[in-house]
Write a protein that binds this ligand. Structure first.
Ligand code: ATP
Length: 531
């Protein structure tokens, strides 16, 4: 059977790195994918994209800079080891997988041994690319968008068809494999199925009820915007599984929610989209406290008495029928029939601005975040931030990823407490710093953050520890300013962290483009206020 050498993949990466033209990059990728064996596609694409494990995987490599440095120090130069035959892509991937699988007691030592075994068998150049992939930073100019185009070209299908399939198969490696094995038909057949979670649909920021009514048509649905954790519930008869927006399965940690679903949803098969809210003494709890429930932390007595309540606002699948392509209004019609009113999102449908304003006031008075405005004829677009769903809330916040940190002063000197925050520049596949902050976290959170950041360290310059972009935080600010200080061209004024977004992946942070839109919007709002 044909086995592709790992070195061929490395050569491809080196050429891609030097190639500027997008069309040429796509052609190179297509030629490479075409030559691979069917079972080599997932490993090759995952290594190439620097996403060694699918997003929904509960495992992680947990290989930090310290471990890598230690391993590298003990390695002989590859030139001196002549007896090894070159490794194949499959062999490299298999070892990487074993590193990810090592967990529990003694796992650090096991990971170190496996990494040593892998790197010993690779040339210096091969080592470099394996390490880039482990760090998730290939720096070869291959974005997800480019890979999707290569998959389209490989199968002779349209980019729309591939993008649609990607909504339902969120792992790019698996998608490439479907394309390779089953071609265009495989891509077309890809759809929603039970117990295979998909990324949820997202909303755009909106600044007022007036804007929502203007943007979404003459009559609009307004729902409470609950401040909890996004959940996707899959149910087939008595079997229920609950997934987060990062597609991890959290069913085991919340048995009471399974009970609620079984008691209040009367149908055989369903996939629901909703928000899970924690209550103590009938008041919604802080997002951080709710997240603790899922991180299996020991809970304080108060948090132990937390009640969980889901609010469902969409239905994606019902008794064998995929509903994502039918209108919101029709989906709601089904939802309403099947889901008990007590766990349905509170909503009104109106064209009256005052009615919507009153509804917003009520939502806020009850301790919720604001409102979601939804277009009645809109379809459900998984993983897409759509203009047909708008979020209206008091404080505009953005999500940023921490890329570096500095040690604090005085009382904070034990902690990495000053953070470099970055947006995602999707046109150039890079994270760009837009500001620094030391505001917003509690002592306990600084302590935890320091531990997490040290594990993610990839380098150090003077006072700054640079880290793998992994930790996402929600940030409030007073203004976005133009600034030559950062490569992004923007700087946040008075940035402060409002929460740690354990539920978000770095791919989901605010993009440079979105920040640009917020910057522009500020002036329009000021102009409106001054009128
Ligand atoms: P935010 O940080 O403002 O919560 P986000 O970045 O998490 O937003 P968005 O898509 O921008 O995600 O905002 C929508 C989020 O609001 C959803 O992901 C969901 O978790 C939550 N939400 C609460 N109530 C609703 C609702 N009725 N309809 C849709 N989403 C809702």
């Amino acid at each position: 059977m044909h086995r592709t050498l790992f070195n061929d993949l490395v050569e491809l990466c080196r050429i891609l790195e030097r190639t500027r033209s997008r069309t040429e990059k796509i052609a190179l990728l297509v030629r490479f994918l075409d030559k691979l064996g069917e079972d080599e596609v997932i490993p090759a694409v995952r290594i190439l994209s620097g996403k060694l494990l699918p997003e929904y995987s509960s495992r992680s490599l947990e290989v930090g800079i310290t471990l890598i440095r230690r391993v590298l120090r003990t390695l002989p130069d590859r030139g001196l080891i002549l007896e090894h035959r070159p490794m194949t892509i499959l062999e490299v991937y298999e070892l990487l997988n074993r590193i990810a699988k090592a967990c529990g007691e003694g796992s650090r030592k096991r990971k170190e041994r496996l990494l040593t075994a892998l790197l010993t068998r690779l040339s210096n150049t091969e080592r470099e690319y394996v390490l880039r992939s482990i760090f998730g930073e290939m720096r070869i100019g291959v974005s997800t968008g480019l890979l999707l185009e290569a998959i389209a070209r490989l199968t002779g299908s349209s980019i729309e068809c591939v993008k649609r399939a990607y909504m339902y198969t969120p792992d790019i490696g698996e998608l490439a494999s479907i394309a390779k094995i089953n071609g265009i038909d495989g891509l077309r057949r890809t759809t929603l199925s039970l117990f295979r979670p998909i990324r949820p649909m997202l909303a755009e920021i909106c600044y007022s009820i007036r804007e929502a009514l203007r943007e979404l048509g003459s009559i609009v649905a307004f729902e409470y915007k609950y401040d909890g954790v996004r959940i996707q519930v899959h149910k087939k008869n008595k079997k229920v599984r609950i997934y987060t927006r990062r597609l991890s399965d959290i069913t085991e940690g919340i048995p009471e929610l399974v009970e609620i679903v079984l008691d209040n949803i009367k149908c055989d098969e369903i996939i629901l989209d909703g928000e899970l809210v924690g209550y103590i003494d009938n008041k919604p709890v802080r997002f951080q406290d709710l997240m603790r429930r899922f991180r299996r932390e020991k809970l304080s007595k108060d948090l132990g008495s937390m009640n969980l309540l889901p609010y469902f606002f969409d239905v994606l699948y019902y008794n064998g029928r995929v509903l994502t392509d039918i209108s919101y209004e029709n989906r709601w019609g089904i939802l309403e029939k099947v889901v008990d009113e007590g766990i349905l999102a509170n909503r009104i449908v109106t064209k009256d601005m005052n009615a919507a304003k009153d509804f917003l006031k009520r939502a806020e008075e009850e301790g919720h975040e604001g409102l979601m405005a939804k277009r009645l004829d809109s379809i459900y677009t998984p993983g897409v931030r759509a203009k047909t769903w708008l979020k209206i809330k008091k404080a505009i916040t953005i999500d940023l990823v921490i890329v570096g940190a500095e040690w604090g002063h005085g009382r904070r000197s034990r902690w990495l407490s000053n953070y470099y925050l970055a947006v995602w520049n999707d046109s150039n596949d890079e994270f760009l710093v837009v500001g620094k902050t030391f505001k917003g976290l509690t002592d306990e959170e600084f302590e935890e953050m320091t531990k997490r950041l040290l594990k993610l360290k990839v380098g150090e310059t003077e006072r700054v520890i640079w880290v793998k972009p992994k930790i996402v935080v929600e940030v409030a600010f007073n203004e976005v300013q133009r600034s030559p200080k950062y490569k992004s061209g923007y700087a946040l004024r008075f940035a402060r962290i409002t929460r740690i977004r354990y539920d978000k992946s770095p791919e989901e942070v605010t993009t440079l483009r979105e920040l640009g839109r917020i910057y522009e919007e500020q002036f329009k709002r000021k102009a409106r206020l001054n009128k």
